[in-house]
Design a protein around this ligand. Structure first.
Ligand SMILES: Cc1ncc(COP(=O)(O)O)c(C=O)c1O
Length: 358
């Protein structure tokens, strides 16, 4: 039987919520009433057979790339799926970072890839070591997959390392898929997309995580024009054409992107300050801290992660993402950027839970 589900997505949709919900990865919803749009200009149908030109252009302008390289997709989820499905044949080797965002692995298994892993080591600040990637690549490797920022740790991979991984991919005839859905949560000196670094780069992203408009499902892939076209043709088998009102609202979101981003930034930065102070006081936890991103991935020094999270939920009505979804059960993922009061009280409850049994 082929793999046809995602345990993480199922957990996230059915069990992640609590009164103090720190199991998030995206920022607070941007209120529709604050988006400067004229509802009279909304339409139900439009000319969007293989993408709606104004949206393609808005995405292309955002990244400084050619619109022919832009493929619309429903969120980064569909972008990752389309990108991998267009590239991988059953039995191809796909080299994926560890720890990884679960659904990326699930899609690779669903596509019957031969999944190999390379390690991002906590003792190395979760950075990608290009030698680890080099060791994992074989003549059968078709695709290397990383996230930048890294989910769950929010660690940034700098451009020289991206170039090096790109070289490794190119010299073995593979492509490099970089999921950049969190990259714009680097608020100062935001790195540009890795797509222009070389023809082996394929990039996925969306407005869903950093901008508070997940419901628009505005996602995309950046790929060389021939591969981009293959992805559009493949999408004829999936969602065929996009939801046009969503495309129109996404164009409006692009026109006011700074407004969306700055609103979230205030919350993310306030939460990060609280998290930093919290981590300083916790002798039972250790964590690699970053100056950006919406998530952190602390480790529980003593005790069982799942047991701790169950108690945290049952007694303190607080949730975080269990590390087992990232194949690291001693860890958990904390999400920032939704509501600072809720975040502060959630941290307070985690402290109390740690103080009463770890
Ligand atoms: C690394 C990564 N990629 C893709 C996604 C899916 O995002 P979207 O909501 O855009 O489908 C997520 C969601 O958490 C993610 O963390």
């Amino acid at each position: 039987m082929r793999h046809k589900y995602s345990d993480y997505m199922h957990w996230s949709k059915t069990q992640s919520r609590a009164r103090f919900n720190l199991a998030t990865s995206g920022v607070a919803s941007f209120p529709f009433c604050e988006l400067p749009v004229d509802l009279k200009e909304l339409e139900i149908n439009g000319d969007n057979s293989y993408g709606y030109a104004p949206l393609q252009h808005a995405i292309a302008a955002h990244h400084g790339v050619d619109p022919d390289c832009v493929v619309e997709a429903e969120g980064t989820s569909m972008a990752n799926h389309l990108a991998m499905a267009a590239i991988i044949e059953p039995g191809d080797e796909v080299l994926i970072e560890h720890p990884a965002y679960g659904p990326i692995l699930d899609v690779a298994y669903y596509l019957e890839a031969n999944v190999k892993r390379f390690r991002r080591a906590e003792e190395n600040g979760w950075a990608i070591d290009p030698d680890e990637v080099r060791r994992g690549v074989t003549p059968n490797t078709r695709l290397i997959v990383i996230t930048n920022l890294h989910n769950p740790t929010s660690v940034l991979t700098p451009e020289p390392v991206l170039r090096e991984i790109g070289d490794i991919a190119r010299s073995s005839g593979a492509l490099l898929l970089v999921d950049e859905v969190y990259l714009d949560a680097v608020y100062e000196n935001t790195p540009r997309t890795s797509f222009p670094l070389g023809p082996e780069f394929v990039v996925t992203s969306s407005l869903t995580k950093v901008y508070g408009v997940s419901g628009l499902r505005c996602g995309w892939i950046l790929a060389q024009p021939d591969l981009a076209w293959k992805m559009r043709r493949l999408n004829d088998l999936y969602s065929a054409t996009p939801v046009h009102p969503g495309e129109l609202l996404s164009v409006a979101a692009f026109q006011h992107l700074d407004l969306l981003r700055e609103r979230a930034r205030r919350i993310v930065e306030a939460d990060r300050k609280l998290l930093r102070d919290f981590l300083k006081q916790q002798s039972g936890l250790c964590a690699v801290e970053t100056k950006w991103g919406t998530t952190a991935f602390p480790r529980l020094l003593n005790g069982n992660g799942d047991g701790f999270l169950q108690r945290l939920r049952a007694k303190f009505d607080t949730s975080m993402v269990p590390g087992r979804f990232f194949e690291m059960p001693d860890h958990f993922r904390i999400g920032m950027g939704v509501n600072t009061e809720m975040f502060a009280e959630g941290l307070n409850r985690i402290s109390r839970a740690l103080a009463t049994g770890g």
